[in-house]
Design a protein around this ligand. Structure first.
Ligand SMILES: C[S@@+](CC[C@H](N)C(=O)[O-])C[C@H]1O[C@@H](n2cnc3c(N)ncnc32)[C@H](O)[C@@H]1O
Ligand code: SF4
Length: 390
């Protein structure tokens, strides 16, 4: 109960994120905390799992007595870890924190021959949801993206996931180098043929400090990309999938509980190299980041200090941080949740709400915080109305 200026009446649901930082090869567009694992050396599976366990143990006082509603094992390429390692990881977690009954446990997997054969093992280890990084079903596009898998492997991976899991996600990207509408349409047809319970479709972004930023490929312009998004929304909608968030499409009952908790400004403890946390207390909200380099993370975690940086979120920054998340949800959220999750009075967002409604970016319903169709199209303009003044 350290002092602070916020007043949270209740703590939000708590999720757990676990970062596994290695990949076979670094993709030229990727700015995630992922590190190439050279095949000649062994992946330090056991020592990394030891470090995760120490990291979690040191963090326990911050989440004392709270149950975990979802777990996301992300990367990197978590499917480089064998099922037995994932089983140990989940056992280590279960021995230290209580999971809500029905806790969703997602694992990110890349399509690849040896990985596909592990999918059933991941299910047996306790993973309930697989998220497969397909990106495209087109060999030329996969090559342009520098991916190590091909279209045939992507097909086989999704088939295997559909057999092993009741719910799974396919990650695709659009506005790819040289992509035409017809090519995107073909990619969507291939993805939708599997009747996936969930699809995430991301606009390829050229991130600073990536190979693509140094040597940019020619990608569709904004008008074409916007038509592409309309096509994605129409084709998924025609299959009974709802665009419930900017990049996420799901059949009823298959929304991602873990990501929903982020977007609803819930709490998350992130363990592993470079992982981020957001943790609420009665009078403050804490953000933490772990050491980013896997070796540095492992040695610091062993000494009980995996956190490289932490700070309290300032009162003035909370409205914008909240809106960055909540307004991504197509259905929005109840307005009352704002105070519940930030500990701030509604008066702190009164001006932004008024502007948003006057400009037709927010629905007029006084009990709801929900973007209009126009607000959803111009999301950054809407979110910017809640930036700190001055
Ligand atoms: C954390 S990544 C890891 C997933 C997995 N390693 C993979 O790449 O197959 C999750 C997803 O983010 C998306 N992503 C990564 N970099 C991106 C970028 N520069 N622009 C848009 N989406 C990106 C990809 O769809 C990817 O599947
Ligand atoms: S496989 Fe995924 S996490 Fe790894 S480098 Fe490629 S995009 Fe990044």
């Amino acid at each position: 109960m350290r002092p602070g200026t916020l007043s949270l009446q209740a703590l939000p649901p708590l999720s757990l994120y676990v970062h596994l930082p290695w990949c076979l090869k670094k993709c030229p567009y990727c700015d995630f905390n992922s590190h190439e694992w050279r095949k000649d050396g062994e992946l330090p599976t056991e020592s990394y799992l030891d470090a995760l366990r120490s990291d979690l143990e040191a963090a326990l006082p911050l989440i004392w007595g709270r149950r975990v509603v979802s777990i996301f094992i992300g990367g990197g390429t978590p499917s480089l870890f064998p099922p037995a390692a994932i089983e140990r990881l989940l056992a280590d977690i279960r021995a230290r924190v209580q999971l809500e009954p029905g806790c969703e446990i997602t694992l990110e997997a890349n399509p690849g021959t040896f990985e596909k054969d592990r999918f059933r093992g991941f299910r047996e280890a306790g993973v309930t949801r697989l998220s497969i990084g397909v990106q495209s079903f087109d060999d030329a596009k996969l090559q342009a993206l520098g991916r190590v898998h091909n279209a045939e492997q992507a097909q086989a991976a999704v088939e295997e996931a559909a057999q092993a899991f009741e719910t799974f996600n396919i990650d695709l990207m659009y506005a790819l180098p040289g992509q035409s509408m017809a090519e995107l349409d073909r990619d969507l047809s291939r993805a939708l043929a599997f009747k996936p319970p969930h699809l995430s479709v991301y606009h390829l972004t050229i991130e600073p400090n990536t190979m693509f930023a140094l040597n940019p490929p020619v990608v569709p312009d904004d008008d074409l990309a916007s038509d592409m998004l309309d096509l994605i929304t129409a084709r998924t909608g025609a299959q009974g999938m709802e665009r419930y968030e900017v990049s996420a499409y799901a059949r009823p009952g298959h929304r991602c509980a873990h990501n929903l908790n982020y977007w609803q400004f819930g709490d998350y403890l992130g363990i592993g190299a470079g992982a981020h946390s957001k943790l609420s207390f009665a009078h403050r909200i804490l953000r933490q980041v772990r050491w980013r380099e896997p070796a540095a993370f492992m040695s610091h975690a062993a000494q009980g200090n995996a956190v490289s940086n932490e700070n309290e979120v300032k009162r003035s920054e909370l409205p914008f941080e909240y809106m960055l998340n909540a307004l991504r949800l197509r259905d929005g959220v109840e307005l009352l949740r704002f105070s519940e999750r930030t500990g701030l009075p509604l008066s702190s967002i009164k001006a932004g709400l008024e502007h948003g409604r006057e400009r037709g970016l927010l629905e007029p319903d006084p009990a709801l915080l929900r973007p209009t169709a126009r607000g959803f199209d111009f999301l950054s303009d809407l979110q910017a109305l809640f930036l700190p003044k001055g």
